[in-house]
Design a protein around this ligand. Structure first.
Ligand SMILES: Cc1ncc(COP(=O)(O)O)c(C=O)c1O
Length: 417
């Protein structure tokens, strides 16, 4: 059961992709575009593009430094964005929200600051077979530095998260469990509530990679009770270069800074520096002010549609796509099933995913092909690559019809129809 979702799934208003497309200028500038690569990065609504331009025109200055009105306005927008993020993920306080460049930087921050401070040789970090490279490589780097052990929880037979297998790999030496909330290759929703409960019972902390979840599911830090959560703004209809690390305040309080510079200090002498409390301690230098403002605009845009409505829309489209592709002879959905959201990977007999994506592009259908930054998962699935379609609030069934037609054409071209 997805605790953080079920509480809110009644009487949601619905998302209307056709009307919404008018809010995304990219579709007017690229007539006929069938954009099925939102898992890589979402297109931007007018509210974000225009709102950002307006911020630069009217309210822009550096933050936390000026005593003049313009800087105070910019600071209040920047601080306001942190409050919007807090509300979006239902964190307890804004001190738990650290602005980072994206999910990757958030995970690196945790590995370098918390990991280097609190983990010792022989301690275990448990990840799963479903992880994006961003939730593998930082832990391998920590293994080099601190001699920790990296343990990989297995897949079940359907290519999903194997809860029993996960339970088996936990041990008193497990100090951190770092797992994706929604897998970027298959869209698989991991059983995060059980993961958190089991990990905490072992005394381990939990980091959830919410990169593919935050744009699609209502996420609630207090209900999830995870220790760390990361996501990227650009996948939530916001700008690139901004993302969020959530961490429980008590944990952040004990973490040392990972980068030094302006803004993260209270006082500096040549002998000693006193650091700011969280979150500023982790935000050295001039922050991505406009990124934070853009993220706020994007999260407000999502809230205006309704998070439950987005979830219902993505769920329905995922099911529709799985059925449509599975119904095509010679096409197989990879690791799909009912617990998947927003992302559908598939293979077409006799057509390499890269060739497929190239042919689809000629039909104006943009999909992703490759290993999707999850090479260890590909190895386990015994596949060099997959084709991947992924959805946003502007995607609808007509996009899936275009996808299916273009796949059929590719099959004919390759003589495997
Ligand atoms: C599950 C997952 N984790 C992490 C990342 C990395 O995100 P970013 O490149 O925005 O840091 C991605 C990006 O595709 C992802 O899908």
């Amino acid at each position: 059961m997805i605790r953080s979702v079920t509480a809110r799934t009644t009487a949601a208003p619905s998302v209307d992709p056709l009307t919404l497309r008018q809010e995304f200028p990219v579709f007017a500038h690229n007539p006929g575009l069938v954009f099925l690569d939102t898992a890589a990065s979402a297109q931007k609504p007018r509210a974000v593009i225009d709102g950002l331009a307006e911020f630069y025109r009217r309210d822009y200055a550096n933050v936390h430094r000026g005593v003049y009105a313009l800087s105070e306005r910019a600071t209040s927008r920047y601080d306001g964005a942190r409050e919007t993020v807090r509300r979006f993920i239902n964190a307890r306080d804004t001190g738990e929200i650290v602005f980072v460049r994206g999910a990757s930087e958030g995970i690196n921050l945790v590995a370098q600051s918390w990991g280097s401070t609190f983990l010792q040789a022989g301690d275990q970090v448990v990840i799963s077979s479903l992880e994006h490279h961003s939730n593998i490589v930082p832990w391998q780097m920590l293994r080099e530095r601190a001699n920790i052990e990296l343990v990989v929880a297995p897949l079940d037979v359907a290519g999903g998260f194997d809860l029993a297998g996960f339970r088996d790999v936990l041990s008193p030496r497990t100090k951190l469990v770092a797992i994706t909330h929604v897998a970027n290759v298959t869209g698989h929703i991991t059983p995060v509530d059980d993961i958190v409960t089991l990990a905490h019972a072992q005394g381990a902390k939990v980091l959830l990679d919410g990169c593919q979840a935050a744009p699609r599911l209502p996420v609630d830090m207090q209900a999830l009770d995870c220790d760390f959560y990361v996501f990227s703004g650009h996948k939530c209809y916001g700008p690139t270069g901004i993302g969020v690390l959530y961490a429980k305040r008590s944990i952040l309080d004990d973490m040392p800074p990972w980068q030094g510079g302006g803004d993260m200090i209270e006082t500096v002498t040549f002998a000693k520096t006193i650091y700011q409390p969280p979150p500023y301690r982790f935000e050295a230098g001039t922050p991505d002010i406009s990124g934070a403002v853009g993220l706020e605009l994007a999260l407000n845009f999502m809230e205006s549609l309704g998070r439950d409505a987005i979830l219902a829309h993505e769920t329905a489209l995922t099911e529709y796509t799985q059925e449509a592709l599975n119904a095509l002879p010679g096409v197989r959905v990879v690791g799909g099933g009912p617990r998947s959201l927003g992302v559908v990977s598939f293979e077409v007999n006799g057509v390499h995913p890269h060739d497929l994506a190239t042919i689809l592009d000629r039909h104006n259908v943009a999909i992703r092909a490759g290993h999707h930054c999850a090479q260890p998962l590909m190895d386990q699935l015994g596949l060099p690559a997959t084709a991947r379609a992924s959805f946003g609030v502007y995607s609808d069934e007509s996009d899936i019809h275009a996808l299916v037609d273009a796949v059929r054409t590719a099959q004919t071209l390759f003589g495997c129809a």
